[in-house]
Design a protein around this ligand. Structure first.
Ligand SMILES: *[C@@H]1O[C@H](CO)[C@@H](O)[C@H](O)[C@H]1NC(C)=O
Length: 806
């Protein structure tokens, strides 16, 4: 008894997050020895290390749970009323969600019915239908002045509503169908019964995969518009397929340590998972119907509320007491302003617009990202505020010559730098012209952003080796059988995808990638494609472990562009392709891993997850391609025009191209050793050192809590405020403390049942509102209807801070 729930804990960092909670775990004393024997780690040395590492290990709450998973199906059911045995701490009250095992067993249901049908008419119809809808819409809006982003929660909610409708409308043997039919194979394919969780998960994964526009499309569009290279249909299609799928090939090989084990929590998936369960499981149970009402109530409330800050009263996006008190100080704007893009750092500003606050651009949600991740992030933000202000005040790197926050390049005297003056007609670098114009300058804030993202890579690498490497090697050596995760065990009834499929996929895509790079006039030599892919492959475990455990991994895009610029200098298009294979493949890989984890939590068989994901990528990519061709053919002159029209605009392609030119043409001269920014690449080496002090201190003082400092996150966000709307940062921080500290610790039952669902409802309601808003008044239908100016919709900065630029 009591020893079955012992997932391998391979990540000390995520496990021993909150020493404050240790008193709860005295029960562990009895159970420690058998527990350690069953973690799946056969290596004695490793166990020894684990035991002596710190007492925290042994006192970890979940080791003390008296739960026998083998025959306790109620374990993990989040919809029973009141705390279950597994939720009770040793003081008789519910203990907080704390460890990886808590996430896996107390927030997610272990229920599964392997006979549930997945490949139904509804699944294909809605999966493909929503894939088409999301990818076509996304691509059209790529060429519009507004952007539309079809989020996963949006698809999840729409998919649910449509799925329930089809349950009634499609004839079939189901008792819900309006037209009941005999139960033969055809009609049972059409509508066999209630819309189930697994169909819903499959639909959501397929169409949310399709909804993200393939990066290859931006490249083709830039080539067609600015380089007069027509992408041949075959080359285009194969490039899309190769670039979208090659990451999946990489990911498959790593799922033994990035998907299957308990420590790969993917905390960012919790709102989605809990919403799936709230919508489908526990029919007729009081607690569950309360949760459903809670969800829809919040969903509707936020949908209504969002019209106010988004449209009627933009001042609510950033209420700054300081700016209201003093509206003529440039420094007040820089430090306290932040309701408009690139306005200021938004310190102490209050934001009442959920589109900016909690969802944080859907990457770091205040309510679902673990506390230590968020605190690491905000520690970085604090340093960011201080260093931005210090650099500007002390005029380091000529900061005062340029705007405080800006992403543009400048001459030393502050005039905007014109890239066209240093390029040949084919947009490659002309060294003579560059010598005349001189090298461009960055604003200090932008330079700090680039420095921090370079250091981040170094820090992430060392962090991986210090904290994860041993455990990862253990898992790789132990293979499937060493994995003790309760969800994974339940998944064993389904056939796995063999590693060979993934490997074959990787090899085939690699061949296509090298081949099409020549066919697509990429200027990228085959060896550089190979380096990009190898680099992506090596970064994958490093970034992937962060993404899986910490819940958030900043992008490696800047590094890849820099590297591409150094390896294949002077060629913007080559830089685009280098980024495509070095960065896009990594992104694709961890999207697949996250979705495989969603599959594991919801018991969608691995082959089904893989199948819907591949279908989603291919369908989405092909439709993107078709739409791009059609739009460019029809509207080429408008897209090439700087202003565009209010319906069509080439602005996104243009800024994509500008970035590629900046990196491709200037990457080498700008960062060559000996020039003013020559030190930036070396910051990667500095970054390598950053995780060492806290790791060493943790070894010395295991109880002091140094393991909660995620140094890669701290360093990555030293430039967090360098762009965009910053008024939300303080409010997000307060919410994070409220939810992830106060609610989690002191309202543990409420937190377990409602916190993640609340996040899903707020994000879902907001994304539906933004969608409707864009078409109704936001210009999505071709006509923008602005709300008249009034007290809370002023002409200048919405938060009344002094306007510094136009
Ligand atoms: C700044 O320098 C550039 C290049 O040397 C020049 O073209 C521009 O006119 C200058 N701007 C001002 C305001 O002096």
């Amino acid at each position: 008894m009591g020893s079955a729930l012992k997932p391998p804990i391979a990540n000390p960092a995520s496990l021993r997050r909150y020493p404050l909670l240790l008193p709860l775990c005295a029960m562990a004393e009895v159970d420690v020895a058998p527990t350690l024997g069953k973690t799946g780690f056969t290596n004695d040395h490793d166990m020894e290390k684990r035991r002596s590492d710190s007492e925290l290990d042994e006192k970890d709450p979940h080791f003390g749970e008296k739960v026998d998973l083998e025959n306790a199906d109620e374990v993990g059911e989040v919809f029973t009323d009141g705390p279950r045995l597994i939720d009770i701490g040793e003081d008789g009250k519910e203990r907080p969600i704390d460890t990886a095992a808590d996430y896996a067993t107390r927030l997610v249901s272990l229920d599964d019915d392997p006979t549930t049908r997945i490949y139904t008419f509804r699944m294909f119809f809605l999966g493909l239908g929503l894939s088409c809808f999301a990818s076509v819409l996304g691509q059209i809006f790529y060429f519009r002045p507004q952007t539309i982003y079809v989020s996963q929660l949006f698809i999840q909610i729409i998919g649910f509503v449509l799925g329930r409708m089809m349950e009634w409308l499609v004839p079939g043997p189901s008792e819900h169908a309006l037209i009941r039919t005999p139960d033969n194979w055809f009609f049972s394919f059409m509508n066999h019964g209630p819309f189930n969780l697994k169909e819903h998960v499959a639909i959501t994964i397929m169409s949310s995969t399709a909804s993200s526009s393939a990066l290859a499309i931006s490249i083709f569009a830039a080539q067609e518009l600015y380089y007069e290279v027509e992408t041949e249909i075959a080359v285009g299609i194969f490039t899309i397929i190769a670039s979208q799928l090659i990451g999946y090939g990489m990911a498959g090989i790593m799922r033994v340590f990035l998907v299957w084990p308990t420590y790969a929590v993917y905390p960012q998936t919790m709102p989605t998972i809990q919403l799936f369960e709230a919508l489908h499981n526990g029919d007729g149970m009081m607690a569950q119907s309360k949760r459903r009402k809670f969800f829809w109530g919040i969903f509707i409330a936020i949908f209504v509320w969002e019209w106010i800050p988004e449209y009627i009263a933009p001042t609510l996006t950033g209420v700054s007491i300081f700016c209201l008190a003093n509206q003529d100080s440039a420094w007040f704007t820089r430090v306290f302003g932040g309701a408009a893009g690139n306005e200021g750092l938004g310190l102490f500003s209050l934001c009442f617009d959920w589109a900016y606050v909690g969802s944080g651009g859907s990457a770091i949600g205040s309510l679902f990202t673990p506390l230590s991740t968020q605190l690491s992030l905000y520690a970085g933000v604090l340093i960011c505020i201080i260093s931005f202000c210090a650099c500007y005040q002390m005029n380091i790197w000529n900061a005062q010559n340029f705007p405080f926050l800006t992403q543009l390049l400048f001459y030393e005297n502050g005039t905007e730098y014109s890239q066209l003056l240093i390029l040949n007609d084919d947009f490659t670098l002309n060294a003579d012209k560059l010598a005349i114009q001189g090298l461009p300058w960055y604003a200090a804030s932008q330079l700090l952003f680039l420095i921090s993202r370079t250091m981040y890579i170094g820090a992430a690498i060392t962090h991986f080796f210090l904290w994860h490497f041993k455990d990862v090697m253990q898992l790789i050596r132990g293979g499937k059988d060493s994995i003790d995760d309760p969800h994974f065990k339940k998944m064993k009834v389904y056939p796995e995808m063999s590693n060979w499929y993934y490997f074959a996929m990787f090899i085939v895509c690699f061949g296509i990638a090298v081949g099409t790079s020549y066919g697509a006039h990429s200027q990228l030599p085959g060896w550089a494609t190979l380096i990009a892919l190898i680099f992506g492959f090596l970064m994958l475990p490093v970034i992937g472990t962060l993404y899986a455990t910490v819940g958030y991994a900043p992008s490696v895009q800047d590094l890849m562009q820099m590297l591409g610029g150094a390896l294949v200098p002077g060629k913007p298009v080559a830089n685009m392709y280098f980024t495509l294979y070095g960065y896009n493949s990594v992104t694709q890989a961890y999207t697949l891993m996250r979705d495989l984890k969603i599959g594991q939590y919801t018991k969608l068989p691995p082959r089904a997850t893989f199948f819907v994901q591949v279908v989603g990528s291919v369908v989405g990519g092909l439709l993107n391609f078709v739409i791009m061709k059609v739009v460019i053919t029809a509207h080429r002159p408008i897209l090439l025009d700087v202003q565009g029209s209010n319906i069509w605009s080439g602005q996104q392609v243009q800024s994509f191209n500008t970035a590629a030119i900046a990196w491709g043409a200037l990457g080498k001269p700008l960062y060559a050793t000996g020039t003013q920014y020559g030190f930036v690449p070396y910051m990667l080496l500095v970054g390598l050192l950053v995780p060492i002090p806290s790791w060493y201190l943790h070894k010395k003082f295991p109880k002091a809590g140094f393991q909660h400092i995620f140094t890669p996150i701290v360093t990555a966000e030293l430039g967090y405020l360098s762009a965009g709307i910053n008024s939300s940062v303080f409010t997000s921080f307060v919410l994070a403390i409220f939810s992830q500290y106060y609610l989690r610790k002191y309202r543990a039952t409420w937190f377990r049942k409602y916190n993640y669902l609340m996040s899903a409802a707020l994000d879902g309601g907001t994304s539906v509102m933004i969608f409707v808003f864009t078409f109704a008044v936001g210009g999505g239908s071709g006509k923008t209807t602005a709300f008249p100016n009034w007290g809370l919709n002023p002409k200048g900065n919405p938060d009344y801070c002094k306007r510094l630029s136009d």
